[in-house]
Design a protein around this ligand. Structure first.
Ligand SMILES: [Cu+2]
Length: 322
């Protein structure tokens, strides 16, 4: 059965319409909301050219955090840890690394049997809706392997990696964190993500705006911002004056150095919308226009979160200084 001809035969049978759901390694649930737990159930429907699967390796996608595999009777379970490209906010504690690969070995899943391998984790709140997270999966048998590693999204690919499509964050989910953030906006070398503001009580004069700016190019600078729901927008920083945290305007704007990721967040750099013309209402989306020195101008949708959105424990520094 190790004859390579059988491999070719398998592929041509697929092309003739054998059910891909049975033939490929796939995920049970094809959609996962951003910012929520996801149970990745990887379904294995056959071995390698008739041979039993002895080892299953699954590489975890970027954006799938705090992953924990389910042990299986008869299999040895190992995990490989590594850094995340973007740190994960785990209930207020930043996690910079975690499980990136899961290996079940020492098993014997026969070619004509079926089994499921489960990994539970959390889809990052900042993962843009529409993103496909691929769980590249390799089955190892005595004399060969099946590699489900194609991440092109091509439906005709003979070896597609199991993938799950990220959907809009569920409103109201989360822990007062980035409960509902808007998608990602690209402007030249800049990637703007996770933009949000916070609901304001009636009559409040100001509101804050927050987002992450990742710069893949040369030095740039956020020069100014404008919105139509407030008289003006300023760029602020929080700084200690003596032992008091105060905010002040960055008159020269906010540098976005080459290769850096700059976060505007409660308690740190932020946009400040003054002379609000109307209260910001949780669940709505408002636009902010950002002007960068080199990259130019772009409009970014900001999701309006709850009044305490984005900061755990409510230690905000306050906007009372305005
Ligand atoms: Cu401010």
């Amino acid at each position: 059965m190790q004859n390579p001809v059988f491999g070719a035969l398998c592929v041509s049978l697929l092309a003739l319409g054998a059910s891909p759901a049975l033939s490929h390694a796939t995920l049970e649930h094809s959609e996962a909301p951003a910012g929520a737990a996801y149970r990745a159930v990887i379904r294995i429907g056959h071995g390698c050219d008739g041979q039993a699967t002895q080892t299953l390796r699954v590489q975890l996608p970027e954006g799938f955090y705090n992953a924990k595999p389910m042990p299986k009777a008869g299999w040895t379970l190992e995990t490989v840890k590594g850094p995340y490209a973007q740190p994960f906010d785990n209930h207020g504690t930043p996690m910079t690394e975690g499980t990136r690969e899961v290996v079940w070995s020492g098993g014997a899943l026969q070619d004509d049997w079926y089994d499921e391998f489960v990994i539970r984790g959390t889809v990052g709140a900042d993962v843009a809706p529409g993103t496909v997270l691929y769980f590249q999966t390799v089955q190892e048998c005595a004399d060969g392997k099946e590699e489900w590693i194609d991440v092109t999204g091509n439906k005709e690919a003979p070896n597609p990696a199991p993938g799950v499509t990220v959907t809009e964050a569920k409103a109201g989910h989360g822990h007062g964190g980035h409960a509902a953030t808007a998608g990602t906006v690209t402007l030249g070398d800049l990637t703007l993500s996770g933009a949000f503001s916070r609901a304001t009580p009636p009559g409040a004069p100001v509101a804050g705006g927050f987002l992450t700016v990742a710069n893949a190019g040369a030095d740039d600078r956020l020069v100014s911002a404008s919105v139509d729901f407030a008289g003006r927008a300023e760029i602020h920083e929080m700084a200690m004056e003596g032992d008091v945290m105060k905010m002040r305007q960055l008159a020269d704007g906010l540098p976005i150095p080459a290769g850096a990721t700059v976060e505007l967040k409660p308690g740190g750099y932020h946009l400040m919308f003054m002379e609000l013309k109307q209260p910001l209402v949780e669940g709505e989306t408002v636009n902010v226009t950002l002007h960068f020195e080199k990259a130019g101008e772009v409009e970014v949708p900001m999701t309006v979160g709850p009044m305490n959105a984005g900061k755990h424990g409510g230690k905000d520094g306050g906007h009372g200084g305005h």
